[in-house]
Design a protein around this ligand. Structure first.
Ligand SMILES: NC(=O)c1ccc[n+]([C@@H]2O[C@H](COP(=O)([O-])OP(=O)(O)OC[C@H]3O[C@@H](n4cnc5c(N)ncnc54)[C@H](O)[C@@H]3O)[C@@H](O)[C@H]2O)c1
Length: 428
């Protein structure tokens, strides 16, 4: 169907944030715990936020430390280990960008050392870890921001506004997916040619994970292994769950079912390459999540919020609104009636309304501008540090989103529906 497009631009929140520059003495000093692939993106985002400075880094592979220091024009120093970063009272805040099995220990130790913490998603490796982190965050009064950055972008803020204002009508279903069809998309990343026991600190990588002999595949492709990761659920669905909770104003799924398997990428992997999950929310809607590494359907990404008045569909940097007035079209039914009854039908209010149906409802397109979601997420984090205020994705928010992922894995692994206990904030 051909739509006319009305285009709206985002409000440009970044301009406001840039304007409030801070005195150099007020700068927030940052230590980066791990400088892996994602952390290099975090580093570049932090550099875009005024009044911050990356002063220290550490990583279990030397090549990544070198590159991170290069990116700071040699202003950051190699601290050698996360413990040394935490020991330095000159560091105000840390980022945690290690594999998932390390997050809880590092976040808890950082909070107890008096640091404010930006931890990459998923906040946790198990549900109970989230309760511990939230308790320590509350006890220490430190700031936590969890790294599902999309909710800080203007696109998802606009989507939330559409949902909360009633523009979409009653929302009863959300469909979302991440699809890929390549080795890298399936987490089989290239391994740097200089990786060896000399450049890779295997024991530091393992940390709280089960003992295992030196293995570069596990080190660089840790997402493929359940010992360090929750696979698709914690790597990808956690972003979708964070966004669902944000736009719907929902805390947590009440009930979860899931099915997954390894169909294609069978070598060196013990987590599914295909996963489907259903989540039921107390607020009166369901969520349908899926991911496959065996087809890049929907250009790799789907996020659709389906309401009785219209659907919101995220496409790249656009948020599209498809009005859905729910008008009947019973022409094919009444065409089988006696002709005079068919003619009479179109004189009734319902029939007349069908004739008045607009031929082409207007699609609206909102294009998010402003800073990248990661930069905006850091702006939120650093302004919470200055004001001792709230972040958009604090420990509880991170706990709930990660817990959805953990329930999905438990459901897929057991074949049984998983339920949430809203009083204990853990699985029932
Ligand atoms: N928000 C997003 O969009 C996004 C995107 C990608 C990754 N992530 C998250 O970021 C985290 C890291 O993912 P990645 O893609 O950067 O993985 P990565 O393998 O590239 O980086 C992880 C790094 O942690 C280091 N490391 C492991 N143990 C360490 C220790 N004890 N001390 C110091 N460094 C240690 C490794 O050497 C490695 O460089 C994960 O939690 C992942 O889910 C988030």
């Amino acid at each position: 169907m051909a739509f006319s497009r009305r285009v709206f631009l985002g409000a440009g929140a970044g301009v406001l944030a840039q304007a409030q520059s801070v005195a150099p003495s007020d700068r927030i000093t940052v230590g980066m715990i791990a400088t892996g692939s994602r952390s290099h993106e975090l580093l570049e985002a932090i550099k875009k936020v005024d009044g911050t400075e990356i002063v220290g880094v550490c990583d279990a592979y030397t090549g990544r430390v070198q590159r991170a220091i290069e990116r700071t024009s040699s202003r950051a120093k190699d601290y050698g280990s996360y413990e040394r970063i935490l020991d330095d009272p000159a560091i105000d805040a840390v980022t945690v960008g290690t594999p998932d099995h390390w997050h809880k220990q590092m976040v808890v130790e950082a909070l107890e050392a008096g640091k404010d913490v930006y931890c990459e998603k998923p906040l946790t490796y198990t549900i109970d870890e989230g309760l511990k982190i939230a308790a320590v965050a509350e006890k220490t009064g430190r700031i936590v921001q969890v790294g599902s950055q999309s909710i800080s972008g203007n696109l998802m803020k606009e989507l939330r506004e559409w949902v909360q204002s009633g523009k979409l009508g009653q929302v009863t279903m959300i469909r979302a997916a991440y699809n890929r069809n390549s080795p890298g998309g399936s987490w089989l990343y290239p391994i740097p040619p200089d990786a060896s026991p000399e450049t890779v600190n295997w024991e530091a990588f393992l940390g709280p994970a089960p003992a295992h002999e030196f293995d570069l595949e596990r080190f660089f492709r840790w997402r493929c292994y359940r010992e360090y990761s929750g696979g698709i659920a914690t790597d990808l669905f956690v972003h979708l769950c964070t966004t669902v909770h944000f736009v719907m104003g929902a805390q947590m799924a009440a009930e979860v079912m899931a099915m997954g398997d390894i169909y294609r990428w069978t070598e060196n992997r013990n987590v599914p390459d295909t996963l489907n999950a259903l989540l039921r929310y107390r607020e009166g809607f369901t969520v349908n999540l899926s991911s496959t590494f065996n087809s890049r359907a929907d250009d790799g990404y789907q996020f659709q919020v389906l309401g009785t008045e219209g659907a919101a569909v995220v496409k790249g940097r656009d948020l599209e609104f498809y009005p859905d007035p729910g008008t009947d079209n019973n022409a094919w039914i009444v065409a089988g009636w006696p002709s005079h009854l068919e003619a009479e039908y179109y004189r009734t209010p319902a029939g007349a309304a069908e004739l008045r149906r607009s031929s082409a409802p207007e699609e609206e397109v909102y294009t998010g501008d402003g800073p990248s979601p990661t930069v905006a997420h850091f702006q939120d984090f650093f302004s919470a540090i200055r004001n001792r205020g709230a972040t958009v994705e604090d420990a509880w928010v991170g706990h709930y989103a990660a817990s959805c992922a953990h329930l999905i894995n438990a459901a897929a692994e057991s074949g049984e529906t998983q339920r949430w206990d809203f009083e204990k904030h853990r699985q029932a």
